[in-house]
Design a protein around this ligand. Sequence first.
Ligand code: ATP
Ligand code: MG
Length: 307
Amino acid sequence: MGQIFNGKEIYAIGGGKGGVGKSFISANLGVLLAKNKGRVLLVDADLGGANLHTCLGIPAPAVTLSDFIANPSMQIQDAIVTTPYENLQLLSGGQDVLASANPKYTQKAKILRAIQSIQADYVILDLGAGTNYNTLDFFLIADKGVLVVIPEPTSVENAYRFIKSALYRRLSLLAGDSQTKAVIEKATKNKNDLGIRNPAELVSYVMESSPETGVLLREALNQFRPRIILNQVRSLADIRIGFAMQSACLKYFGIHMDFIGYLEVDDHVWKSIRARQPVVINNGGKSFRGLESISHNLMNDFQMKPE
Ligand SMILES: Nc1ncnc2c1ncn2[C@@H]1O[C@H](COP(=O)(O)OP(=O)(O)OP(=O)(O)O)[C@@H](O)[C@H]1O
Ligand SMILES: [Mg+2]
């Protein structure tokens, strides 16, 4: 059944913790969508630690976002390279830490604008670990932001922190006045003297002093809809973590989060990276089925149903 898209969709794949499978999932979703759905641009937004090309099985591109930042006359199109996969292009992040890992605000704005202007059906942003503003801002320009979580307390904790930081960043960018920005800044600290414990309480707090801004923030809170993927699961109990996180987000943060799928621990994954061939190429195995279901849920705004 055909589906009509008006313009492109931007997906961001983040998650806070390092080494959980963000790049592996980005690369394979990219290959899958390029094969079945349309033109895809993969962006390695892990500035300073780019390795998405390795998950695609290709050498580090000669031109990257570092060149785009360094050279004012360069067009974004000139930093994009083709891959061995039809319909799939790559914009690499550059590995020279000093030049591009920490772009100035104007440089970052240039990158974000360029990404939004790119002609493609899908853009997938592979984010770096952590919750710095660069990473959060890439996450926030996406139409759909996805977190990759593994069933370990550290990863779950980092994912909550990422969600909260991204939402507060969005609210802070939305709030026009410095007074509200200061309140949001305070609210981000777990023990703040305003007694604000979560985003929902923050919105109520702002609503009392400036109702107009409060309404704006409440709308942004309601629209904020991160997705999560559980990676490296080993048991049914692991899968339940996805549903538990979904409920906890709603209950404690007032955030609607969609659990869109999981991938099992799979030897094919590391073998495929070593063999320099994405797992979805062979159309087989449990990772392939998992990725297919994830891409289906992501595109159609579906979520997992508890058994
Ligand atoms: N489902 C899986 N089963 C088995 N191994 C996996 C799975 N997913 C990821 N891995 C392993 O985890 C490693 C790290 O994955 P990846 O580089 O995608 O993580 P990342 O989140 O992008 O890390 P970074 O934060 O450093 O960018 C891979 O090299 C792979 O071997
Ligand atoms: Mg990575």
